[in-house]
Design a protein around this ligand. Structure first.
Ligand SMILES: CC(C)(COP(=O)(O)OP(=O)(O)OC[C@H]1O[C@@H](n2cnc3c(N)ncnc32)[C@H](O)[C@@H]1OP(=O)(O)O)[C@@H](O)C(=O)NCCC(=O)NCCS
Length: 177
């Protein structure tokens, strides 16, 4: 059976859907902290939702951040969080379908980025792991993150040519990556 995919702004999600998203993320990640998910997401976050019948089985959310590859202008970035497939439905293509739908609805952005422990899952969907140095940016201060692994980017229609071995920075907005 195929999943139905849709996208919605955070501000348009009612309490029941928010609760379903939180429960899905907690179940997939085994991480209770997802109960605070909606306190971190701005109202214009963009959610991708996958349903089997009436059940929410897949999710990802995009918020806007600003990446800067060395020598490039700031790039309007679709930063992806809370990627989750319900444990009973994993391995059935739902996570891949969510990420493909996400790539199709972020045409307003210049690049996409995420942090993961599952590089191979995203690599088969066209994402590339950054190989160069990584840092946060707070005003003019650079905060190196030399131990950070698993930062991946997805090139979109308006992404400039990138050197994955150069330095990549992201604005600090309460977190770095
Ligand atoms: C990672 C996750 C979103 C993948 O969703 P899914 O619906 O199971 O993924 P798919 O069925 O589309 O898998 C597609 C491919 O990726 C592979 N894959 C799935 N999960 C993977 C993982 N954790 N690591 C590496 N590869 C993975 C699958 O084997 C499959 O490969 P195949 O097509 O060669 O068989 C899901 O396993 C999940 O929610 N995990 C727990 C939460 C989590 O880690 N989220 C991601 C945080 S960045």
């Amino acid at each position: 059976m195929r999943e139905a995919l849709t996208s919605a702004r955070t501000e348009d999600l009612d309490a029941a859907i928010r609760s379903s998203i939180v429960q899905l993320c907690i179940a997939a990640h085994q991480e209770e902290d997802f109960k605070h998910l909606f306190s971190y997401i701005p109202s214009d976050g963009l959610h991708v939702l996958a349903y089997r019948e009436a059940q929410l089985v897949g999710h990802a959310v995009v918020t806007m951040r600003w990446l800067q590859p060395e020598g490039q202008p700031l790039l309007k970035t679709a930063y992806v969080d809370a990627v989750a497939t319900h444990p009973l439905y994993q391995g059935q293509g739902i996570g891949s379908a969510v990420m493909r739908h996400l790539a199709a609805v972020i045409t307003d952005f210049e690049i996409a980025c995420l942090e993961t422990e599952h590089v191979s899952f995203y690599a088969q969907l066209g994402w590339e792991e950054w190989r160069g140095a990584l840092a946060g940016r707070r005003g003019t201060e650079l905060i190196p993150t030399p131990d950070q692994k698993g930062i991946m980017i997805l090139s979109l229609a308006h992404t400039p040519p990138l050197d994955l071995d150069s330095t990549l920075t992201i604005e600090y907005d309460g977190r770095i990556w």
